[in-house]
Design a protein around this ligand. Structure first.
Ligand SMILES: NC(=O)c1ccc[n+]([C@@H]2O[C@H](COP(=O)([O-])OP(=O)(O)OC[C@H]3O[C@@H](n4cnc5c(N)ncnc54)[C@H](OP(=O)(O)O)[C@@H]3O)[C@@H](O)[C@H]2O)c1
Length: 215
C-alpha cells in the first residue's frame, strides 16, 4: 500500500511513516516545501537506509497515494485540504488531527463547528472517505522505535474503511485497532489526547490508551 502524508514533516507524520515503512508500506512524506520533505526522509533514513520512504509536495504525495494521512495542525487543515480535494476523491483519508490549544502551559480542546477535526475534514473533502485514528499515539514513541503498548480507536461511517484502517494500525508492533464506531465518536477520541497531555506532564511519560474488556 502507498501511504501519502499531508504535512508529514512534523513528528506525528514522521513517526507514522517510520512505522508503516518498517511494516513494508511505501510512504510519501508530503510538505509545502519539497526541501523540507527531503530533509525529513533523510532523517528517517538515518535510522534505516532501506526504508521505503520518499518525499514530495503535498499535492504529489496525495496524487501517488492509495491512502492519505493528514498530519497538519488543526488550524492548518481548513486552508490546506480543499485544494487537494480532487486528488483524494474516492480515497480513504485518515485524520490524526487533534484540535488542541495551549495557554499558560495547559492544553484544552478547541471547539469545532462540525463536531470534531475529523468531521471537519469530511466536510472539507466530501468525495473522500474520512476515517479518524492515531490521535492518541505519541509521536515521540513512534519515532523512538520498539513495540508500543497501545490501542488505536478507529472511527468512521464507512464500515469497510474502518476495518481497513484497524488492520493498518495493527501493522505497528504492539498496537491493537479498536472499532470506535461512527465518525462522530472521533470528538471523544480527540479529547482523550488533551487528557493524555496532562497525564504525560504529571507522570513525565508519553502515555497511550488501552480499552479493557474486549478480546
Ligand atoms: N505530536 C504528537 O505526539 C501527536 C500525537 C497525536 C496526534 N497528533 C496530531 O498530529 C498532527 C501533527 O502533529 P505534529 O506534532 O507533527 O504537528 P506539527 O509539527 O506542528 O505540524 C506538522 C506539519 O504540518 C505542516 N504545517 C504546519 N503549519 C501549517 C500550515 N499553516 N499550513 C499547512 N501546513 C502546515 C508542516 O509541514 P510543512 O511545513 O513541511 O508543510 C508541519 O511540519 C496534529 O494535528 C496533532 O494534533 C500529534
Amino acid at each position: 500500500m502507498r501511504i501519502g502524508f499531508i504535512g508529514g514533516t512534523g513528528e506525528e507524520g514522521m513517526g507514522l511513516a517510520y512505522r508503516f515503512a518498517q511494516a513494508g508500506h511505501d510512504c510519501v512524506i508530503g510538505s509545502r516545501a519539497i526541501e523540507k520533505a527531503d530533509a525529513a526522509v533523510a532523517e528517517l533514513k538515518e535510522k534505516d537506509a532501506g526504508l521505503p520512504i520518499t518525499g514530495a509536495t503535498n499535492d504529489d504525495a496525495v496524487a501517488q497515494a492509495d491512502i492519505v494521512i493528514v498530519t497538519t495542525p488543526y488550524t492548518a487543515q481548513a486552508a490546506t485540504l480543499p485544494p487537494l480535494a480532487a486528488a483524494v476523491t474516492g480515497k480513504i483519508v485518515i485524520s490524526t488531527v487533534v484540535p488542541m490549544a495551549f495557554e499558560g502551559g495547559r492544553a484544552s480542546l478547541t471547539s469545532v463547528p462540525e463536531g470534531s477535526a475529523a468531521q471537519q475534514e469530511q466536510a472539507l473533502l466530501p468525495e473522500s472517505i474520512v476515517v479518524a485514528a492515531f490521535q492518541n499515539l505519541s509521536a515521540r514513541k513512534l519515532l523512538k522505535g520498539g513495540p508500543l503498548e497501545a490501542d488505536v480507536v478507529v472511527c468512521a461511517d464507512d464500515k469497510d474503511a474502518r476495518t481497513k484502517v484497524m488492520a493498518l494500525a495493527e501493522d505497528i508492533e504492539g498496537v491493537r485497532g479498536v472499532n470506535g464506531g461512527a465518525l462522530a465518536n472521533s470528538q471523544m477520541v480527540e479529547g482523550i489526547t488533551v487528557l493524555l497531555v496532562s497525564i504525560n506532564r504529571a507522570y513525565k511519560t508519553q502515555a497511550g490508551i488501552r480499552i479493557a474488556g474486549i478480546a
